[in-house]
Design a protein around this ligand. Structure first.
Ligand code: SF4
Length: 323
């Protein structure tokens, strides 16, 4: 099924967005201008939200056209241009003029959970989902229990996690380690692949929109990372990437990496980069890079060696052992 078909289905099935609540916030704060930032899957709702706010509040609205991947990825330039920025689709702590607007899907997850049972081999299942579906997790649990499964649901820890069973692409702490395998309910493979590589368990990914079920085996994902690590053994110079995104800016981590590189006589350079794309890294011409921003960016690389900080630490230990 094509991306556009899925998008169309999502538009038809739609999400609940409480415009009344937004207009009350605008009134309460006396905002004279508003910015809207939405993730890709919701971007097509921007037009109707903008229209509603303009009609009801008679104030200018600016829609952020840049990509947005998580609560870590706020459009700070837009937040400086408007009195109030609504960031949709992720949970987070409101700050200054930035308000997080959680969005719930109206799609029924029960049919796909029922279908997923045939793919679950273990008895103990960790049940996880994204914020759009958290309200339906108890219904999913009942279906699995009726099928004789023990269902483990818990609240993860970390920025942006608020609900039982909620995961992020970079945080699978909601997965109970006692589970045999994981059932993920949600769209796409970004989250289930993240879970599989972070906790090294099989993930059954059940998409409530397409009704597709995918099995994610952690082994090839882990092997792929080792291939890059081995390639990095021969690298002479490293770029250490620092992101200016407010939720991904980690100066301390970058400083530590630079220090360890110095201690190991490795040439390293600090690079400030907003959108970390492979072509930009190729252009910079370093042998390899260490990424201090979103840990999932390494998955997008094909030709460039990009390591996360824990992988760089492992690389140094490997080099030490080799002498
Ligand atoms: S750091 Fe990456 S995976 Fe984690 S919330 Fe941000 S964009 Fe998503």
């Amino acid at each position: 099924m094509s991306f556009y078909t899925i998008l169309k289905m999502q538009q038809e099935t739609d999400y609940r967005i409480d415009i009344q609540h937004l207009t009350e916030l605008i009134d309460a704060r006396g905002a004279k201008s508003v910015g809207l930032q939405l993730p890709e899957g919701l971007l097509r709702r921007a037009r109707s939200i903008s229209k509603e706010i303009q009609n009801r509040c008679d104030i200018p609205v600016i829609i952020s056209g840049r990509g947005c991947y998580g609560a870590c990825d706020i459009d700070t330039a837009l937040s400086e241009m408007v009195d109030l920025l609504f960031h949709f689709g992720h949970s987070g702590e409101d700050r200054e003029n930035i308000v997080f607007v959680e969005v719930r899907s109206k799609v029924n997850i029960c049919p796909v959970v029922q279908s997923a049972i045939a793919y679950l081999e273990g008895d103990r299942i960790a049940l996880v989902t994204t914020i759009q579906h958290v309200e339906m997790i108890e219904e999913a649990k009942k279906i699995l229990e009726t099928a004789g499964k023990e269902v483990l649901i818990r609240c993860g820890s970390g920025d942006g996690l608020r609900y039982e069973g909620q995961v992020l692409g970079c945080n699978a702490s909601a997965v109970d380690p006692r589970s045999d395998e994981v059932l993920f309910i949600g769209t796409g493979l970004f989250h289930p692949k993240g879970i599989a590589s972070l906790i090294e368990k099989k993930v059954v990914a059940a998409d409530p929109y397409t009704k597709n079920i995918e099995l994610i085996d952690p082994e090839p994902l882990i092997r792929r990372r080792w291939v890059f690590l081995e390639k990095a053994l021969d690298a002479h110079h490293f770029g250490v990437i620092l992101s200016p995104k407010i939720g991904q800016y980690k100066q301390n981590v970058a400083d530590e990496i630079l220090k360890s590189a110095r201690d190991h006589d490795i040439e390293a350079h600090l690079i400030l980069l907003d959108e970390i794309r492979e072509d930009a890294l190729i252009n910079l011409g370093m042998d390899a890079y260490v990424n201090t921003a979103c840990c999932r960016i390494v998955d997008d690389m094909r030709k460039v060696i990009l390591l996360n900080p824990d992988e760089f630490a492992r690389l140094l230990r490997m080099r030490d052992r080799m002498g």
